[in-house]
Every structure is written in structure tokens, then in C-alpha cells.
Design a protein around this ligand. Structure first.
Ligand SMILES: Nc1ncnc2c1ncn2[C@@H]1O[C@H](COP(=O)(O)OP(=O)(O)OP(=O)(O)O)[C@@H](O)[C@H]1O
Ligand SMILES: [Mg+2]
Length: 457
């Protein structure tokens, strides 16, 4: 294993020398700093496995330094040391995320144990994260389409070119974006995500580029943006089709120049983040309607990756079902549960407007609701169509958020209504006494229809 790299910040040169010697003897690589400012500079230059901060420093307070480290997004383990250890400072330090608190004069054994424990915890957490990422990054599928997609993902991962992942809701765009990052040479670097649909323009700007103190009301701290944080790694821009036009222009400039300025700042900062964007919108159509900048589209779409909807690759349904069944069985402590062929066939015949996510939710629901140890065709039918019996049951399920329940109910209603009118949107809208445009919007939001382009009945 590589040598762990430590940073010690203390104002007493004698302590720095002693610690540097003692810790180097134990096999650690040790950097030292005599104050807050130098400490911060060192932390910017390289990454450390663990830090030791004194509380009283000539140019500030070790706890402030700790706070600033956390605010900048670093979660390196920090041990605080102080000669004036009061319970109060110890509590403050822990509240700001210090791992432990050591009293001076330092006892070498206690110090070494604290460091070892800190490093071990950090390593365990990293491993757990990697494991989680690996399972999350698992793209399951047997269809020719998925195999081709996996090849494309592998090829795209090798380069640093921008990737645009497209596909309907729930097809696995985020999963693909993560897979690209994990398979790329940047896998050890950070993966930062920004959902462009969730935020207004000004907030997107400060999220992406960061801001300086006083850049706007409430900007009481300097903040690094996603671009800076993703340096050396990947920036995932989700729902990029919903990015406001003003922001699109700014993003384009950054992609061209590979440098940013924090909001309210004047310094230009070089960034080295690989961009993967995703959208369920038809960006070419959006370009034609002046809702998306064609030059930005070209920049993002260097490597296009289109994920086909689940209904066009039904061969994937059985493997995906088994995959999700195993996950849900484990999560819900129903390890013995199985699914029979009839049930799988029933699933494979469904159209899955909500794609893989819908299948995943459905399998989870089946695992929770099926009392037997085998899930059969009738269970699937009941679940899929809300079955006559299920419909008369309560729509309420404990623990499921209201928003999700309402969305499910809306989806069932619209699906049934559209099926009743043979997919004719105009007739469906009339029957439901809905504005046609509103029906389209709803249907799209629920994943029942794709894009504006299929609006003509
Ligand atoms: N091929 C696959 N193998 C395994 N799991 C998958 C696959 N595709 C999708 N999933 C799972 O389906 C769910 C939805 O995937 P994801 O969030 O990546 O979709 P999305 O396209 O980003 O959806 P949205 O457009 O709604 O944001 C996730 O739980 C994901 O893990
Ligand atoms: Mg997504």
C-alpha cells in the first residue's frame, strides 16, 4: 500500500520538527505548516490522507481551518490537538467534523493510534464507496443493443471527449454516465453531478463555477463550483436540455476555453473536467425551436450515446428482472423469494413506458407485496394493472412519499385513458377534460410519451 500522506499544522516549530521525525519513522510522509494560511495552501496543492490541526494558530483558529476545509468539499479526516483542551472546544471540533481530539502534551502512542484509526476508517469508507459505485455501475442486459452500448461506453471512456447520453426517462442515462467515469482513466478522480432542470439560472451558475465571498446576498463563504471540484475527474450534467439559454452560452464558453471565473471573482481558473451530459429531450428539435444552442449541442455531442427504450429490447427484461429481484430480496430481507417463468413472460410483454426504472420499482413492489416465496403471473398482473383487487385497495402505502403515490396514480389513469382511446391524444384530452398541451406535458413527464415530435396523432 502507498505511504499515507499527512499534514500537520501547528505554530510551534519544535512540535512540527518532533512530529515530522516521529511520524516519518513510522513510515508516513509528512508535510508541515506553521499556520492557517500555509495549511490551506498545502491542502490546495495535493491531497492528504489525514490532517492534524492545532487549535491556537498565529493567524487564526484550527477549528476555522477545519470549517474551511469542509466548506471546500474536502472530507479528509482531521485530528485536532490542543494544549487548552476544554470540553467546549472538543465539542466544537467534533461538530465541524473532526475525527478526534488530542490533548497536549501529546502522548506518542495515543497519537499513533488516533492516526491509524483515522486512516483505517477512511480506507473502509473508500472501499465501501467503491463497492457501492461498482454495483451501481453494473449495466445489465443481453440484447444486441445493450452489448453495443457497452462497447461504446468502453470506447468513450478511454477518451476525454464530451459525451451526450440520450434516452427516455428511466432508461439508465445516469448509470451510463457513471459507467463512463468508472471505466475512464479518471475513475480515481471525482465525479460531480449537476441537475440542470432543478435550479434557476443564477443558481446553476454559482453551482457550476462557484462564487467568491459577497458575490450575492448570502454568499458568506467562498465556494468552489462543480467544474473546479470535478477537475481531474468527470462532470455529469443531467437534464442538460433544460438548461436556461443564458446559462447555455456561459457553459459553451467554458467548454471552449477550459477555464472558469467564480461568480463575483476576476481570477481565471483552469479546469480539467471531462463532461458527460444527459437528456431525455430531443435536442436537435430543441435547437430548431431556438430552445437550445446548436453550437453547444455540437460541443456536447462529440460522442453520442443513445439508449433505446426498454420496449425495443425486450430480451433484457428477464435478466434485468432477476438482477432487480436479487437486489430487492436482499434489501427487504426476503432472500428465499423466486420468480417463475409465467411471471417473467408477463413482465416481458409489458410496454414499460417508464423503462428500466419502472421495471425496477415493479419488481421491488412484487418482492414486498407477494406473500408466497414464488412470484407468479397473477401477482405480476395484479401489480401491473393495479388488478381489480388492488384497485379497491387503498392507494396508500406506508413509507411511500405522497409525491410518488400521486405520480403512480396519475400514470395509471393516463395509461388507461390513452389505451381506451387507442393512443389518440386529442380524444383522450377531450374525455378527461384536459388541455391537449397539458396532457402532452403530463404524459411526457410521466414517461408515457417521448418528445414533442410525436405530438401529431
Ligand atoms: N441496464 C441496466 N442495468 C441495471 N440497472 C439499470 C439499467 N438501466 C437502468 N437501470 C436502473 O434503472 C434506474 C433508472 O436508471 P437511471 O436513473 O440511470 O435512468 P435515467 O435515464 O437517468 O432516468 P431519468 O431520465 O428519469 O433521469 C436506476 O435504478 C438504474 O440503476
Ligand atoms: Mg437521470
Amino acid at each position: 500500500m502507498a505511504r499515507a500522506h499527512l499534514l500537520v499544522v501547528d505554530d510551534e516549530p519544535a512540535i512540527l520538527t518532533t512530529l515530522q521525525k516521529a511520524l516519518s519513522l513510522e513510515g508516513y510522509a509528512v508535510d508541515v505548516a506553521g499556520g492557517v494560511k500555509i495549511g490551506e495552501e498545502k491542502l490546495k496543492k495535493r491531497s492528504y490522507d489525514l490532517c492534524l490541526f492545532d487549535v491556537m494558530l498565529p493567524d487564526g483558529d484550527g477549528i476555522d481551518l477545519l470549517q474551511r476545509v469542509r466548506a471546500s468539499g474536502l472530507d479528509v479526516p482531521v485530528i485536532m490537538m490542543s494544549g487548552h483542551g476544554t470540553i467546549d472546544t472538543a465539542v466544537r471540533a467534533t461538530r465541524h467534523g473532526a475525527l478526534s481530539f488530542l490533548e497536549k502534551p501529546l502522548n506518542t502512542d495515543a497519537l499513533l493510534i488516533a492516526i491509524e484509526t483515522g486512516l483505517r476508517l477512511e480506507r473502509a469508507e473508500k472501499e465501501a464507496n467503491e463497492l457501492r459505485a461498482a454495483t451501481f455501475g453494473e449495466l445489465v442486459g443481453e440484447s444486441a443493443a445493450i452489448k453495443r452500448l457497452l462497447e461504446q461506453v468502453g470506447r468513450a471512456a478511454k477518451s476525454s471527449a464530451s459525451v451526450l447520453v440520450t434516452g427516455e426517462r428511466g432508461t439508465g442515462k445516469e448509470l451510463v454516465a457513471r459507467a463512463i467515469h468508472q471505466m475512464s482513466p479518471r475513475a480515481k478522480g471525482p465525479l460531480e453531478k449537476l441537475n440542470c432542470a432543478a435550479l434557476p439560472s443564477e443558481l446553476i451558475e454559482s453551482e457550476l463555477f462557484g462564487h467568491e465571498i459577497g458575490a450575492f446576498t448570502g454568499a458568506t463563504k467562498q465556494r468552489r463550483g462543480k467544474f473546479e471540484r470535478a477537475s481531474g475527474g468527470t462532470l455529469f450534467l443531467d437534464e442538460v436540455g433544460d438548461m436556461p439559454l443564458a446559462m447555455q452560452a456561459k457553459l459553451l464558453r467554458v467548454l471552449q476555453e477550459r477555464e472558469i471565473e467564480r461568480v463575483g471573482g476576476s481570477e481565471t481558473i483552469k479546469v480539467d473536467a471531462r463532461v458527460v451530459a444527459a437528456t431525455n429531450r430531443d435536442l436537435l428539435a430543441a435547437c430548431e425551436k431556438d430552445q437550445f444552442r446548436p453550437d453547444l449541442y455540437d460541443r456536447l455531442n462529440v460522442v453520442p450515446l443513445a439508449i433505446p427504450p426498454l420496449r425495443s429490447r425486450r430480451e433484457d427484461i428477464p435478466v434485468l428482472t432477476k438482477h432487480f429481484l436479487a437486489l430487492a430480496a436482499k434489501a427487504n430481507d426476503r432472500r428465499g423469494i423466486k420468480i417463475d417463468q409465467g411471471a417473467i413472460d408477463a413482465l416481458a410483454a409489458h410496454s414499460f413506458p417508464g423503462n428500466v426504472r419502472e421495471l425496477r420499482n415493479l419488481v421491488e413492489r412484487l418482492v414486498i407485496l407477494t406473500p408466497d416465496d414464488v412470484i407468479r403471473e397473477t401477482d405480476v398482473r395484479d401489480c401491473l394493472h393495479g388488478g381489480a383487487s388492488a384497485k379497491s385497495q387503498s392507494l396508500y402505502r406506508p413509507g411511500v412519499p405522497f409525491r410518488v403515490l400521486v405520480e403512480e396514480a396519475e400514470r395509471v389513469i393516463l395509461q388507461d385513458a390513452m389505451a381506451h382511446h387507442g393512443g389518440q391524444m386529442a380524444a383522450t384530452a377531450r374525455a378527461l377534460d384536459l388541455e391537449r398541451s397539458h396532457l402532452y406535458k403530463k404524459a411526457r413527464a410521466l414517461g408515457l410519451r417521448k418528445t414533442e415530435s410525436d405530438e401529431d396523432d
